[in-house]
Unconditional design. Structure first.
Length: 289
């Protein structure tokens, strides 16, 4: 090779630069340039489950004190809970149409353990002393008379066999629940006790039927087609049986009916007027007495 040709070849290579030296010749392996690995990704953290909040229990309401019960009873009327008209010194229970609830006040004063006398139906000095004792123990004015306020407190304090009242009696609406064993007729409204009356039921051979019923009609006065007696504020609930004011009952523990629930006429009127226009459910339970 001529010296000039060699010099020309070297210049050509120099002109091509370094990259020309790396061009592979035929048959040589191609080496791929190294690639940058993708950045490592950390797994998404699992969310920590939130604990279910524990519901805050509702505080149990404290029972009312004696003075709070007395204060709430001040404005009792015939359309409010635990109503009775005033029973005063000198009054007496006459016939069935002239009941002043003297026997009832004497029974209830006995159950309140402030009266040890007889149930006579006459409001004398012994009954007046017992009323005053009850009033002094229950934040009531000591008048010696069972006024409307005293009656309301006395009834609440002398409910008997409260734990035996069926659950159905505390359902929605009006419920009249008669306990044959204790001669009590409980009235509930939407689960709240509204009143308690002393009553009597059917004789042994004609016992008031037990079960759950509903008043089917209302009569301010109706004559019994079987016994030809007047039934005041009569509300039938099971065939011919129902509850009504009795023209024969003077003492709830004396005598029986032919199957109906006998009430004092004044009490039957209160029940009739309170629930008229609304459904009235009736439950009869308890052993015969």
């Amino acid at each position: 090779m001529h010296r000039a040709g060699v010099r020309a070849s070297i210049c050509a290579v120099a002109a091509l630069g370094l990259s020309a030296l790396t061009v592979p010749t035929a048959g040589a392996a191609v080496i791929a340039p190294p690639t940058t690995p993708p950045p490592a990704t950390s797994p998404s953290p699992t969310p920590t489950p939130r604990p279910t909040p524990t519901p805050t229990p509702k505080p149990t309401p404290r029972p009312l004190t004696k003075c709070q019960i007395a204060a709430a009873a001040k404005n009792t009327t015939a359309s409010k809970p635990f109503y009775r008209a005033a029973t005063k010194f000198g009054m007496r229970d006459g016939g069935p149409k002239s009941i002043n609830h003297v026997r009832e006040v004497q029974y209830r004063l006995r159950w309140a353990r402030v009266y040890k006398g007889s149930v006579t139906g006459s409001f004398g000095s012994a009954t007046r002393r017992a009323v005053r004792t009850f009033q002094s123990k229950n934040c009531l004015t000591q008048t010696g008379n069972a006024d409307v306020q005293t009656w309301s407190v006395l009834i609440q304090k002398t409910v008997r066999f409260r734990s035996s009242i069926p659950t159905v009696c505390r359902g929605e609406g009006w419920h009249s629940c008669y306990d044959r064993a204790s001669h009590q007729d409980f009235l509930f409204k939407n689960g709240k006790m509204w009143n308690v009356w002393l009553v009597r039921g059917g004789m042994y051979s004609a016992q008031t039927r037990t079960g759950n019923f509903k008043v089917t009609a209302r009569y301010t006065e109706k004559e019994s087609s079987l016994y030809h007696v007047q039934m005041y504020y009569f509300m039938p609930h099971s065939g011919g049986e129902g509850q009504h004011g009795s023209g024969f009952m003077v003492d709830p523990w004396v005598g029986h009916s032919h199957g109906c629930i006998n009430m004092y006429i004044k009490d039957a009127k209160v029940l009739f007027n309170l629930t008229r226009g609304d459904p009235l459910h009736v439950t009869v339970y308890g052993a015969w007495d």
